[in-house]
Design a protein around this ligand. Structure first.
Ligand code: ADP
Length: 377
C-alpha cells in the first residue's frame, strides 16, 4: 500500500460506513463504498460510490481495482463468490478466511467452542433429522445467517411456539441454544493490526429490549475478574483468527459470574459507538488505522463514564424529527448522531446520542431522560 492518500473500500453504506467515512476524512483517507441504495447514510459522505448489492462480487472486483484495501460494514456478503476474486491484487481486511468461520451462527459457535472459548450449549437442527423432540424449553432458535437487531432470534417458551416459528421460517437448518438467564449483557470491541498488536476498548454493558440494543453503558460496572475474562476472550479470538481489523464481541454475564460469548461481529458495532465521544480513538478511526497499517490509537476513555442511547424508530413515517433532535442537542454533554435515513420504522436505528457522565451511576437516569425527549414526552 502507498503511504499517502490511501483509498479504503467499504462494503456496505449504512450508519457504520457513514461514521467510518467521517473518521476517514480526519485521517486523510479516501473512501469508496459499495451499496445498492442511493439514500443510504454513507452515500453523501464517501468520495465515491459503487451502486451495487453488498453481495455483488463483480462490483466488489471493480471496487478492488479502485482502492488499496477493502473492509466490511456488514457481513451479508457472498463469501463463496468473493473467494473467487481473492487474489494478490485484492486486499481484504479482515481477510476472507478469517471471516469464514464467523458468518454462519452455527459455524461460529463451533469455531468458538473449538477454541475452548465459553459459549452457551448449542446444536444445529435440521428438518430431516427429526430430533426436535429432544428440545427443552425455554431455549433460543436462531437463523444461521442474515440475522440482525434480533431479526432471526426467537426465545422459545414451549413446543407450540417452537413449531409455529420454525414452520413460519420454512423449516431451515437453525441454531438452537440454551436460554441463558443472564445477569447482564456485556460487549467488548478490540482491534488487531498487522504486527499482531491488540487494542481493547473498555468493557461495556449493553441493554436490549425485544432483542434490540437500546442503551450502552461505558464502562460496565463489573469486577476486575470479569474485565480480565472479557479481555482474554478478545485476545484469544483475534489472535487465533490472525485477523487485521476490529471486532465486536457480545457477551453474557451469568448470575454466577461466568462470561459466555454470544456473538462476534467482524466489524464495528453498535456497542462501540460511545467511543466516538468518550475515547481517545473511536472504533471507526481504529478500524481504519488497523486496515491501513497506521499505528493503533489509544482506547482510553476521555470521560469517567458515558451512556449511549439508540434513537429507535417508533412509527412508520417520513420525518427528520428536527425538533426532538434540537432538544436532544441541548441536553448537557450530549452528542447527537442522526443517520439521515428517510424512512422511520418501529425499531429501526435512526440515530444515537452519547452523553458523557461524571460517574457511571448516572447512566440509568440520563438514558431515561434522553429516551423521554426522543419519545416526545
Ligand atoms: P442479533 O444477531 O440479531 O443481534 P443475537 O443472537 O445477538 O441476535 O440475539 C439478540 C438478543 O437476544 C441478545 O442480545 C439477547 O438479549 C437475546 N439472546 C440471544 N441469545 C440468547 C440466549 N442464548 N439466552 C438468552 N438470551 C439470548
Amino acid at each position: 500500500m502507498s503511504k499517502s492518500k490511501q483509498i479504503v473500500g467499504i462494503i456496505g453504506g449504512g450508519q457504520l460506513a457513514w461514521m467510518m467515512a467521517q473518521e476517514a476524512q480526519k485521517l486523510q483517507l479516501q473512501t469508496i463504498i459499495q451499496t445498492p441504495n442511493s439514500d443510504d447514510p454513507a452515500v453523501g459522505l464517501a468520495d465515491e460510490v459503487i451502486f451495487a448489492d453488498v453481495a455483488d462480487v463483480a462490483a466488489t472486483q471493480e471496487l478492488a481495482q479502485r482502492c488499496d484495501v477493502i473492509t466490511f460494514e456488514n457481513e451479508f456478503v457472498d463469501l463463496v463468490e468473493l473467494e473467487k476474486i481473492n487474489n494478490s491484487n485484492v486486499l481484504f481486511r479482515p481477510r476472507l478466511s478469517a471471516l469464514k468461520p464467523l458468518l454462519d451462527k452455527y459455524e461460529q459457535r463451533c469455531y468458538l467452542d473449538n477454541l475452548t472459548l465459553p459459549v452457551p450449549h448449542f446444536s444445529k437442527l435440521e428438518k430431516t433429522e427429526n430430533d426436535s423432540n429432544l428440545i427443552t424449553f425455554p431455549c433460543v432458535m436462531k437463523a444461521r445467517r442474515h440475522g440482525y437487531d434480533g431479526q432471526g432470534t426467537v426465545i422459545l417458551h414451549d413446543r407450540t411456539q417452537f413449531e409455529e416459528t420454525w414452520k413460519r421460517w420454512g423449516y431451515p437448518s437453525v441454531l438452537m441454544e440454551e436460554f441463558i438467564p443472564f445477569e447482564r449483557e456485556l460487549a467488548v470491541m478490540a482491534a488487531r493490526n498487522r504486527q499482531g498488536e491488540i487494542a481493547i476498548y473498555p468493557i461495556v454493558e449493553t441493554q436490549q429490549e425485544n432483542q434490540v440494543c437500546r442503551r450502552v453503558v461505558a464502562p460496565a460496572a463489573v469486577s476486575e475478574d470479569v474485565v480480565k475474562d472479557c479481555q482474554a476472550i478478545a485476545r484469544s479470538l483475534l489472535s487465533n483468527l490472525d485477523v487485521i481489523g476490529l471486532f465486536g464481541i457480545e457477551l453474557f454475564l451469568t448470575p454466577d459470574g461466568r462470561v459466555l460469548v454470544n456473538e462476534i461481529a467482524p466489524r464495528t458495532h453498535n456497542s462501540g459507538h460511545f467511543s466516538l465521544d468518550a475515547c481517545e480513538t473511536s472504533q471507526f478511526a481504529q478500524i481504519l488505522r488497523a486496515v491501513c497499517d497506521l499505528p493503533l490509537g489509544s482506547t482510553t476513555m476521555t470521560s469517567p463514564a458515558a451512556v449511549m442511547v439508540n434513537l429507535l424508530g417508533f412509527e412508520t413515517a417520513e420525518s427528520d424529527y428536527q425538533q426532538r433532535r434540537d432538544r436532544l442537542g441541548g441536553f448537557p454533554k450530549a452528542h447527537v448522531y442522526w443517520y439521515g435515513k428517510r424512512q422511520s420504522r418501529p425499531g429501526r436505528k435512526l440515530g444515537h446520542v452519547t452523553v458523557l457522565l461524571d460517574q457511571v451511576e448516572e447512566a440509568g437516569q440520563v438514558a431515561a431522560a434522553i429516551e423521554a425527549i426522543w419519545r416526545g414526552e
